[in-house]
Design a protein around this ligand. Structure first.
Ligand code: PLP
Length: 235
């Protein structure tokens, strides 16, 4: 194996172990936490190494890059996750490639995705992105807007709302991020009581390289980890 392939395999093993440990600390089952390997920093070769190392859920934040990589890896057992802002005019080309849209960040986008899904006879799994940190530079709904978004779910037969997604405020330490993650979990718990039956909120997508362990302790079911997987490689 090349040094890079080796290094990526070691990094994946280390991150998976950290996931298991964080799950154990919070009395959760490790299999309930999905590692989304964020491949946005690297090219096809490094992504192949991720897949070899057992990462079959890959995340990209830019639609064009996702299309290109997904096309090149079409024969591989990969599920693609769109984790960044999706412009409405790119939704049509993105949908066929993805298993889950993490960044459902506006009603107009959700409406557009629903329309495309219905027209193409599929159901698109989506998460509602919540701006829990209140950071003005971030996409996503304010927490208080989410109940009215979920109330629209019966109008969107092409969507299946599977949960919530959030990013902690930029530049925060893990212990500060904990507050944002706890806020997302508490919001989910409150919403469960009032959401229409179409809405399933089993997923919380939160936590990145610097804070995924804290996110797991606060209830994350999906962690989106990028840079920690490429430490010590050229990329
Ligand atoms: C890049 C990115 C990540 C991964 O960040 P790392 O700190 O490199 O792990 C996670 N989520 C989103 C939305 C991203 O854009």
């Amino acid at each position: 194996m090349s040094p890079t392939v080796n290094r990526i395999a070691e990094n994946v093993a280390r991150v998976r172990e950290a996931i298991r440990n964080a799950a154990a600390r919070s009395h959760r089952r490790p299999e309930d936490i999905h590692l989304i390997a964020v491949s946005k920093y690297v090219g096809i070769e490094a992504i192949e190494s991720l897949v070899e190392a057992g990462c079959h859920d890959l995340g990209e934040s830019r639609p064009q890059e996702l299309w290109q990589k997904a096309e090149q890896l079409a024969e591989r057992p990969v599920r693609w996750h769109m984790i960044g802002h999706l412009q409405r005019n790119k939704a049509r080309r993105t949908l066929p490639w993805i298993d889950l849209l993490h960044s459902g960040d506006s009603v107009r986008l959700l409406e557009a995705v629903d329309e495309i899904a219905v027209a193409t006879h599929r159901i698109c799994d989506v998460l509602i992105e919540v701006n829990v940190s209140g950071d003005a530079s971030k996409h996503g709904f304010q927490a208080e807007q989410v109940p009215s978004v979920l109330a629209r779910a019966p109008d969107w037969p092409g969507l299946r709302i599977r949960g919530l997604m959030a990013m902690a405020a930029w530049g925060t330490q893990p212990e500060e991020a904990r507050r944002d993650f706890a806020a997302l979990r508490e919001l989910r718990d409150r919403l469960l009581a009032s959401a229409p039956s179409e809405v399933v909120l089993e997923h919380l997508s939160m936590g990145m390289s610097g804070d995924f362990e804290v996110a797991i302790e606060e209830g994350a079911t999906m962690v989106r980890v990028g840079s920690a997987l490429f430490e010590g490689t050229e990329s």
